[in-house]
Ligand binder design. Structure first.
Ligand SMILES: Nc1nc2c(ncn2[C@@H]2O[C@H](COP(=O)(O)OP(=O)(O)O)[C@@H](O)[C@H]2O)c(=O)[nH]1
Ligand SMILES: [Mg+2]
Length: 301
């Protein structure tokens, strides 16, 4: 299946909410204040968040006042334009600068960190890059085993310690190994157990300190992984990790099978952190670079 068709199909639940409900608005003859209120409700339902919903409808209201939109057939175009304005940037994780390039992956349990790391690693090794994975989620033995399976699939090396070991020590060893072997990229997996929130944040800060001590410009990427099915909780998570360690980019997983895909718009509007990757399924090829243009077309096209 073509990349774009797949994206469209995988976003079908969010599309349903937007398209089925919006179609009536788009085909109504007149647009008035009721139309705008309905549009706002619809956006909230698709989880674009209150800030973005209000700003989108206000922008459209202004356009109506100026006479730029007089019939509802123009509404869809205006809506797409406003969403595109909010999302604007494109994604992907750009590898540049000195070697090794360090990607620290953070996020709460179950969001898809390990899976995203595996998919990303595979993409890099397919491009001929030498990748080392660091199993710094030492909380459970199963987490280390899961990363090992992905390392095999991705043809990447893995640095691991016993479960219960100091995660920062694993990160340290992975960097040392990358330097010794002249590897291009180190991707560090971390734990996400939130019931010990303070400890988790302190642990992540320590990992980051250890990395920076070894390579002052690293970690070049601190990738927050969030699960689209969590809806507005994602905003809270992003704030929390951002305050603790700083975030350079977001990967949103599980956009397949959720009607809450509008959360991407909420993230951009409320946090202004670039969305770099989207997960639209469990297979290796289901991790895509985020592209605002394509995303809007896939939702409304
Ligand atoms: N449907 C779907 N499932 C995903 C996606 N990304 C990850 N998962 C699943 O989410 C579950 C948790 O993933 P995992 O990587 O272990 O999360 P972690 O605890 O953050 O490391 C696994 O069953 C993954 O297969 C995605 O984009 N779509
Ligand atoms: Mg994991």
């Amino acid at each position: 299946m073509k990349f774009f068709e797949k994206l469209k199909q995988r976003l079908s639940n969010t599309r349903k909410i937007l398209i089925e409900n919006a179609e009536a608005l788009f085909t109504d003859k007149v647009i008035d204040e009721t139309t705008l209120e309905e549009l706002e409700d619809l956006l909230i339902m698709a989880d674009v968040g209150p800030q973005a919903a209000v700003s989108i409808t206000n922008a459209i209201r202004e356009k109506i006042k100026k006479g730029e939109i007089s019939e509802s057939v123009w509404l869809k175009r205006a809506l797409k334009g406003e969403i595109r304005n909010i999302l604007h940037d494109g994604g992907g994780v750009e590898i540049s600068g000195e070697k090794p390039y360090i990607i620290l992956t953070v996020g709460v349990n179950g969001v898809g960190k390990t899976t995203t790391i595996g998919k990303l690693a595979r993409r890099f090794t397919d491009n001929g890059l030498k990748v080392i994975l660091a199993a710094a989620d030492t909380f459970r033995a199963a987490a280390i085993e899961q990363l090992e399976i992905w390392a095999q699939r991705a043809d990447a090396q893995i640095i691991k310690h016993k479960s219960g070991a100091d995660p920062a020590a694993v990160a340290f060893d992975a960097i040392a190994s990358a330097k010794a072997k002249n590897a291009d990229i180190v991707i560090i997996d971390t734990a996400g157990r939130l019931h010990t929130k303070i400890n988790l944040m302190e642990e992540l800060k320590k990992i980051k300190r250890v990395i920076s001590r070894e390579i002052p410009s690293a970690p070049q990427e601190i990738l927050l992984v969030v699960d689209a099915t969590s809806g507005q909780n994602v905003i809270q998570q992003a704030k929390m990790f951002s305050d603790a360690v700083g975030i350079t980019g977001i990967a949103i997983t599980k956009l397949d099978g959720t009607a809450k895909g509008g959360i991407i718009i909420a993230i951009k509007k409320e946090l202004n952190i670039p969305v770099k990757l989207i997960g639209v399924g469990e297979a290796v090829e289901d991790l895509q670079d985020f592209n605002a243009e394509e995303f809007v077309e896939a939702l409304f096209g």
